[in-house]
Design a protein around this ligand. Structure first.
Ligand code: GLU
Length: 325
């Protein structure tokens, strides 16, 4: 059910972004990288799982480039797409780029504003860091500092902002939402007044991801489990916008040899750097497959043939290029 005709119209007025009726019926999974660097082994393993689960379930598989952040570079996008192809991942339809969809996000944000669901937030990073560590609140959740300010209070806080405007937050009315995750099981997490548009004018990840997933006809979301705590907020926003709820399957992250979430600075963790060490895509796929509890394989297609979601061993995987020595 679409709750608000404004939002649907805003979406439909843009050509080439809504799923065709056939696509919507079949459903689709997706991978949505941010082109702010090369994909590392953790990103690639999540992409492989997202692709394999969609293909296993007979869904389409779509790609979306989340390139709104100023750190995004076309050169990184090109390398990411090349590496996904090298891994053997294929996708359906055109690649969606968020930077080309600003009119859609603006239209939907305007609809929420007309419904009286937005407010300006003048909190600085420092303010937010202080409230984030406050006791008796879910970590990182916003306590609504700017939600009920008087006109004078707003003017005072606005005047203090330097080099940026206020952020726009959604007025929420639910403290928490529960969901069932295909890989992680039942999960309950906090809902707070999430940012939809940042003080520098950039639409937020939570907002644009929800809008795009709905308009692209995405019915299955596989991604890193660092995003599980954001999912209740995203579901809240889906409900406000009248969008259906996709299936979620969050994947444990890949860790470095110190047990910390893998990052590019961990050395040979990209396809390019591994290739320099003489480690090829089949070598990496073999280790990835074994890390998920499946026999060693040498290609993505082969991985798909051994993959079964019920049998996947989903726990953090410690990765180091030393494992190829
Ligand atoms: N661009 C986000 C990331 O790279 C994607 C998150 C998502 O899949 O929803 O972390």
């Amino acid at each position: 059910m679409y709750g608000n005709p404004d939002q649907v119209t805003a979406g439909k007025s843009q050509p080439g972004h809504s799923a065709s009726p056939g696509e919507a019926k079949r459903g689709a999974g997706r991978y949505a990288p941010s082109p702010s660097g090369e994909l590392h082994v953790g990103n690639l393993r999540t992409a492989l799982l997202a692709w394999a689960l969609a293909r296993h379930d007979g869904l389409e598989f779509r790609l979306r480039i989340e390139d709104l952040d100023e750190r995004s570079r076309a050169a990184y996008e090109a390398v990411q797409l090349r590496d996904l192809e090298l891994l053997g991942i294929d996708w359906d339809g055109e690649i969606i780029r968020q930077s080309r969809r600003l009119d859609i996000y603006t239209g939907i944000l305007d609809g929420l504003r007309r419904r009286g669901l937005l407010y300006e937030c003048y909190c600085t990073r420092r303010d937010l860091a202080q409230v984030a560590s406050a006791p008796h609140r879910p970590p990182g959740s916003y306590p609504g500092t700017c939600r009920n300010l008087t006109a004078e209070e707003r003017a005072v806080r606005l005047a203090k902002l330097e080099h940026r405007g206020p952020a726009l937050r959604l007025k929420t009315d639910t403290p928490a939402i529960s969901l069932h995750d295909r890989f992680c099981g039942d999960y309950t997490g906090a809902v707070d007044d999430l940012v939809l548009c940042r003080g520098d004018g950039v639409f937020s990840y939570n907002f644009t991801a929800i809008v795009d997933d709905a308009l692209m006809g995405i019915t299955q979301i596989v991604r890193g489990d660092d995003l599980l705590p954001s999912t209740p907020r995203q579901i809240y926003l889906q409900r406000i916008l009248g969008y259906g709820q996709p299936e979620y399957a969050h994947v444990p992250l890949v860790l470095n040899s110190r047990g910390v979430r893998l990052a590019k600075r961990d050395g040979a963790v990209t396809l390019g750097r591994l290739r320099d060490l003489g480690v090829g895509v089949p070598d990496l796929l073999e280790k990835m497959s074994v890390s998920l509890g499946f026999p060693p394989v040498g290609s993505a297609e082969e991985f798909l043939s051994v993959f079964s979601p019920e049998q996947a061993v989903l726990r953090p995987w410690m990765f180091s290029a030393d494992m190829f020595l």
